[in-house]
Ligand binder design. Structure first.
Ligand code: CP
Ligand code: NVA
Length: 305
């Protein structure tokens, strides 16, 4: 049976482990000049209804380096923009391509594509989740911290799609996660309910960024207004005061704290310029690891093993 990756709740601990091990192995082999071309002759379609630099290019380069072909489709250039139903598009694309990565607003649309296509569907970001991002981010945590068990991860900022995927990961893997979000911008109840986070002692919610980062090994932030929320930015900048990841806030974290951001970043809003430009910053490793992790995901879903 085909498998999809729509949310990290689709994965069991052994699936996470396989993806981390394989992505790290592929990265090492790529660094030694070894090309793994197990996807020769395979085609990945990408339907993107939102902008992307990292996710799109990481998927395209991953597919090319593994011997396959990516086909990028902006929603505007397809019949989807003229209201061809998702279920028809999904069935038609299933006759042409081997896997589909989708970035869109409504998570329900990705679910509909997955339900009506015969090929694996990957969520490349929706308003609700960004699973591939968190897989490559945990890979980065493993590289920098030697693992994620016993590591305290603090989220500071909006209770958004990236935060939701951290919650899902922590609910499956049991890692220590504390999220500080301003009142009114916290994690939605259905996300907590869906992941069972409310009953998990390893997942803690607060509205106090200082409490969250206290002795944290990892501090993670993301934009205050996600794609589609741009009109709220001015209001959010006021509401999110005190939630900027800067040197003062980080002084409460462990001295070797790893600061993370999925990017793109808004300097001077959720993160200070000097933190983003730190010489030992991990942001660029996070971006690179998306390509290696996407290879592992594509291989697992397309070859179904
Ligand atoms: N982090 C991330 O998903 O970046 P893009 O929006 O550039 O793909
Ligand atoms: N939360 C951000 C993530 C971008 C990669 C957004 O959805 O715009």
């Amino acid at each position: 049976m085909k498998k999809d990756l729509l949310s990290l709740l689709d994965l069991e601990p052994k699936d996470f482990k396989h993806l981390f091990d394989r992505a790290l192995e592929l990265k090492k082999r790529y660094g030694r000049g070894i090309m793994d071309t197990r996807l020769t002759g395979k085609t990945l379609g990408l339907i993107f209804d939102k902008k992307s630099t990292r996710t799109r290019i990481a998927f395209e380069t991953a597919m090319i380096q593994m011997g396959g072909h990516p086909i990028y489709m902006s929603t505007q250039d397809t019949q989807i923009s003229r209201n061809e139903p998702a279920k028809d598009t999904a069935r038609v694309l299933s006759r042409y391509i081997d896997c589909l990565a989708m970035r869109t607003f409504d998570h329900g649309l990705v679910e509909e594509f997955a339900a009506t296509s015969s090929i694996p569907v990957i969520n490349a970001l929706t308003d609700s989740f960004h699973p591939c991002q968190i897989l490559s981010d945990i890979m980065t945590v493993i590289e920098h911290k030697g693992g994620y068990e016993g590591v305290k991860i603090a989220w500071v900022g909006d209770g958004n799609n990236v935060a939701n995927s951290w919650i899902n990961a922590a609910s499956v893997l049991g890692m220590n996660l504390i999220l500080a979000c301003p009142d009114g911008h916290g994690i939605r109840p259905e996300i907590l309910e869906g992941s069972g986070a409310e009953t998990k002692p390893n997942i803690v919610l607060t509205n106090d960024p200082k409490e969250a980062v206290k002795k944290a090994d990892v501090v993670y932030t993301d934009v205050w207004a996600s794609m589609g929320e741009e009109a709220e930015l001015e209001h959010r900048i006021k509401t999110f005061q005190g939630f900027q990841v800067n040197k003062e806030l980080l002084s409460g974290a462990k001295p070797d704290v790893l600061v993370m951001h999925c990017l793109p970043a808004h300097r001077g809003e959720e993160i200070a310029e000097d933190v983003l430009e730190a010489a030992d910053a991990a942001f660029w490793d996070q971006a690179e690891n998306k390509r290696h992790m996407h290879k592992a995901i594509l291989e697992a879903l397309i070859l179904n093993g």
